[in-house]
Design a protein around this ligand. Structure first.
Ligand SMILES: C[S@@+](CC[C@H](N)C(=O)[O-])C[C@H]1O[C@@H](n2cnc3c(N)ncnc32)[C@H](O)[C@@H]1O
Length: 342
C-alpha cells in the first residue's frame, strides 16, 4: 500500500472507532471527577461563565480551561451558548454538591481510587481487594473512621436515588420490620421508611458504619423509623424479629459461595412468609448493560465479588430454600430480586 492510499480512510479495511473510543473513555471519568472535585459544576450551577472567568476562578491556565470545557461539552456535561458555559440538566441533578441523590461523593472517590490500568492489572493478578493495598477494606474502615465515612458517603451517593425506586418496586406493603444487612448509610431504609410510614427498619452493619447511619437517619428526620444495630454478618447469626431481610449491594461484594452463606442466614432468621430482597445492578445473559458489566472491575478492586445475573441469584435463592422468586427493574440500572420463605 502506498503512503497516499494509507492516508485515505477508505483504504482502511476496518473502522478503529470502537476500540479507540474504549481506549479514550478513561479521560471522561478524569474530566468529570476534576469538575466535581474543584467545584466547577457547583459554580456553573449558580451562573454560566466564559472560559477566561473559569480559568481565573479555578486557577487553571487558559489552555487547560479550554481543553477541559471542550471535553465536557463533547461529553454533554456542559453546554455553551454565546461563549458562556452552563450545566446540562443531568449534571445539575447529579454532579452538584448538596443536591439530594447527587453522585458527587461517589465521583470524588475516583480522585483517591482511580481505576488506572496499573491498578486493574494488580487486582487481576491478586484476585482480592487492592483498594487499600493489602488491607481488607472493611477492617480498614473499622481502623480508620474517616475512610469509613468517605466510603459510606460514596455508597449513600450511589444508593440514594435508586433507593426511591427500590421503595416503589419492592414488595414492602405487608412488611412491618425490615433488616438491612450491611445497610451502610441506610439510604435504602430511609427511602423505604418514607414510602411506608408504618415500616420500621434496622441498618445492621459494623459499629463504625452504624455511627454514620444514625447521623443519616437523624439528618433525614427519620430516626424513629430507622435505627442502627452493630453486628457482623459473618461471625453472627442474622438478628430475628424481622419479616424482611434486605441485601443491597451485598451479594456482589462476595463470592457465590459466600453469598449462599448469607442467603442461608437470611432464611434462618426469617419467619415463614418472610421475604428476602436483593437490590443490585444486574448483568443480563449477554453481559450488558455496559455500565453494570464495568462494575465487575470495581468489585475486583474493592471486594471479593462480582455482578450477578437474575438467573444466578434465582438459583442461589432456590438453593437456600426460598420460593416465588421475582425480578423487577427498579430505577436506572437497578433491579430488585425478591423471594419468600415458604
Ligand atoms: C457495598 S456497601 C453497601 C451499603 C448499602 N447496603 C447500600 O446499598 O448502599 C457494603 C456494606 O457492607 C458492610 N459490611 C462489610 N462487612 C460486614 C460485616 N462483616 N458485617 C456487617 N456489615 C458488613 C460494609 O460496612 C458496607 O456498609
Amino acid at each position: 500500500m502506498s503512503g497516499e492510499e494509507r492516508r485515505h480512510p477508505a483504504a482502511f479495511p476496518l473502522d478503529d472507532r470502537a476500540i479507540y473510543d474504549a481506549y479514550v473513555a478513561g479521560r471522561q471519568s478524569a474530566a468529570l471527577t476534576v469538575g466535581v472535585r474543584v467545584g466547577l459544576f457547583d459554580k456553573l450551577d449558580q451562573t454560566p461563565l466564559d472560559v477566561q472567568s473559569i480559568a481565573t476562578e479555578f486557577d487553571f491556565s487558559l489552555r487547560g480551561a479550554r481543553s477541559l470545557l471542550v471535553a465536557l461539552e463533547a461529553m454533554g456535561v456542559v453546554n455553551c451558548k454565546e461563549d458562556l458555559y452552563a450545566l446540562s440538566p443531568e449534571t445539575a441533578a447529579y454532579a452538584v454538591h448538596g443536591q439530594p441523590g447527587s453522585l458527587v461523593s461517589l465521583i470524588e472517590l475516583e480522585m483517591d481510587h482511580f481505576l488506572s490500568p496499573a491498578a486493574l492489572l494488580d487486582a487481576l493478578k491478586k484476585d482480592d481487594s487492592t483498594a487499600y493495598g493489602d488491607a481488607d477494606p472493611w477492617e480498614e474502615h473499622e481502623r480508620d473512621p474517616e475512610a469509613a465515612a468517605r466510603f459510606t458517603a460514596a455508597m449513600h451517593s450511589v444508593s440514594e436515588r435508586p433507593a426511591a425506586g427500590f421503595a416503589e418496586v419492592a414488595p414492602l406493603g405487608d412488611v412491618e420490620r425490615l433488616l438491612d444487612v450491611g445497610g451502610g448509610s441506610g439510604a435504602l431504609c430511609l427511602a423505604s421508611a418514607r414510602a411506608h410510614p408504618d415500616l420500621t427498619c434496622t441498618v445492621w452493619d459494623l459499629q463504625v458504619v452504624c455511627d454514620l447511619a444514625k447521623k443519616y437517619a437523624d439528618e433525614a428526620g427519620l430516626s424513629k423509623q430507622v435505627q442502627a444495630l452493630a453486628g457482623d454478618m459473618w461471625n453472627e447469626a442474622f438478628p430475628t424479629g424481622y419479616d424482611a431481610v434486605l441485601l443491597s449491594q451485598i451479594m456482589h461484594d462476595w463470592s457465590h459461595e459466600q453469598g449462599s452463606v448469607l442467603l442461608d442466614k437470611a432464611f434462618a432468621c426469617l419467619p415463614s412468609g418472610g421475604r428476602v430482597l436483593i437490590h443490585e445492578k444486574l448483568v443480563d445473559e449477554e453481559g450488558g448493560p455496559l455500565a453494570n458489566a464495568l462494575v465487575n472491575l470495581d468489585m475486583l478492586v474493592w471486594t471479593k465479588g462480582q455482578q450477578y445475573t437474575a438467573g444466578e441469584l434465582e438459583a442461589l435463592l432456590i438453593a437456600a430454600g426460598f420460593a416465588d422468586v421475582q425480578c423487577e427493574p427498579s430505577a436506572g440500572y437497578w433491579s430488585v430480586v425478591s423471594a419468600r420463605k415458604p
